[in-house]
Design a protein around this ligand. Structure first.
Ligand SMILES: [Zn+2]
Ligand SMILES: [Zn+2]
Length: 471
């Protein structure tokens, strides 16, 4: 078998090129359904639940068998999650020989195809997530990504993904070679024999720990492709469909922190917090403790935090955008001092107060001023900077924020005399979330503010959408 990776010469534009040039099978319709069914997996996936239900209706359930079925569910489930998935598909740790054969056997009991076939599809799923080169593309709907993709013939070949490392692995080769006898043994014989010799319930063992348990393991692991791409949050990245949710974790033996998993697929964990449900992680960790597993891969905490912070900022930014902010200095007209003084005559009509180089219209606020209207009246058409910034009262942050909302103009040459930038930027805006491209405009905005001091002596210098100051 060749050890050259199949994707060694993959073209740069592989995804777009393949999607455009390789033909997909026609969409499934009622008329072509019978021709498109994948009979082998269809029979297994539809036959198992029918057999299980009919068997259960005719077989009394003993508590020993019930317990054994749950144990065997976890046993075969771990074969998939700790074996097929985290060990072979993702190489997230090294397993000793005995552990590898144990997992290959347990995984066979889940009847989900050989390690090699499964891992090849799963590697394509990660590489081409949410495209048609992903065999269980979540964009094709919940049902398709859960089970539909196995009931019908694959609509396209999964995108190229290398599994040459697995082709060389003895345990993988062994399982591939003896796959049929292994699934019969692991899925049906072992659960029946244990129940027979344990408490004399071979039939119950077959029905409950064999057939029905298989049905549960199937849908449990299928949920990683459907539910985990549909339900929950995206705390690490929202570019693609994978999500984190406790319910998914509970039904998938801990594979429910799928948003994390798609971001850090080489990490042996799915859940990073100790209290999150991830028995697969606990199993791998305990295998390490008894010396059967090693080199457990963990992504750097710093990089994980980066993803989380990005998503937190994104959510905060959405909140920020729902809030109304003061007019930008670029949108305010620049008024000369003479012009500002001239409005003194109209003070009764439109009271204006100068603070920190900005002209504020306080007409709607005078009566609501907690200190009384008389204190504001004193400063109409005057500079109240010192009084406002602690000279009379050290105003609260809320007062600063509210004041900025009353801005109607900038006094020519006024703002630059306030050397303290904190007086110009209200507290609520000192830590605003800005997109990278916006930073340049914030800087330009600030620089144009400072440039005023070089002073033109026109009365009004409109910048941007100048507003009419004097009514
Ligand atoms: Zn996924
Ligand atoms: Zn994965």
């Amino acid at each position: 078998m060749s050890s050259v990776p199949v994707d060694i010469d993959i073209p740069d534009n592989y995804v777009a090129h393949t999607l455009q040039n390789s033909k997909a099978l026609p969409p499934i319709k009622f008329s072509n359904l019978l021709n498109e069914i994948n009979w082998l997996s269809f029979t297994i996936l539809i036959g198992t639940p029918i057999m299980g239900v009919v068997g259960a209706m005719n077989t009394p359930l003993r508590w020993e068998t019930m317990l054994w079925s749950i144990v065997y569910y976890y046993f075969t489930g771990l074969g998939i999650t700790a074996g097929y998935h985290r060990l072979w598909a993702h190489r997230s740790y090294n397993a000793s020989k005995p552990l590898q054969y144990f997992l290959a056997f347990a995984g066979a009991g889940a009847v989900e195809g050989s390690i090699k076939w499964w891992s090849r599809g799963h590697r394509a799923h990660h590489r081409y997530t949410d495209t048609d080169l992903d065999p269980y593309n979540a964009h094709r709907g919940f049902f398709y990504s859960h089970i539909g993709w196995m009931l019908v013939k694959p609509r396209r070949r999964p995108g190229v993904a290398d599994v040459s490392d697995l082709s060389k692995n003895p345990a993988v080769k062994w399982q591939h070679r003896f796959y049929l006898p292994l699934i019969i043994l692991a899925a049906f014989v072992v659960p029946s024999v244990v129940a027979h010799y344990g408490w004399g319930d071979a039939r119950g063992g077959f029905v409950y720990a064999g057939v029905l348990r298989l049905c549960f393991v199937h849908h449990s692991t299928f949920c990683v492709n459907s539910l985990a791409h549909w339900l929950g949050e995206s705390p690490f990245d929202d570019k693609h469909t994978p999500r984190d949710h406790l319910i998914t974790a509970l039904v998938t033996v801990g594979e429910g922190y799928h948003n994390f998993h798609h971001q850090f697929p080489m990490d042996y964990r799915n859940a990073i917090k100790w209290y999150q449900y991830d028995p697969t992680k606990w199993f791998i960790k305990s295998m390490q403790m008894v010396g059967l597993a090693s080199h457990l891969k963990v992504f750097p905490e710093n990089e994980i935090r980066k993803g989380q912070l990005t998503m937190e900022l994104k959510r905060l930014r959405e909140d920020q955008e729902k809030i109304v902010w003061p007019a930008s200095t670029n949108d305010l007209p620049v008024i000369s001092y003479d012009s500002f003084s001239a409005v003194q005559a109209q003070a009764a009509k439109r009271p204006l107060v100068l603070i920190a180089g900005f002209i504020h219209d306080v007409s709607t606020f005078m009566e609501e001023h907690p200190g009384g209207a008389h204190l504001i009246k004193r400063f109409i058409a005057k500079d109240a900077t010192t009084a406002f910034f602690g000279g009379i009262y050290d105003h609260s942050n809320a007062a600063h924020n509210l004041l900025a909302m009353k801005r109607v103009g900038v006094l020519l040459g006024g703002a630059p005399h306030i050397l303290d930038i904190a007086k110009q930027v209200p507290p609520s805006q000192r830590l605003k979330i800005a997109r990278y491209q916006e930073l340049a405009s914030v800087k330009a905005d600030y620089e144009s503010t400072t440039a005023w001091s070089e002073g033109e002596d026109d009365d009004v210098v409109p910048r941007g959408k100048a507003r009419k100051l004097v009514a």
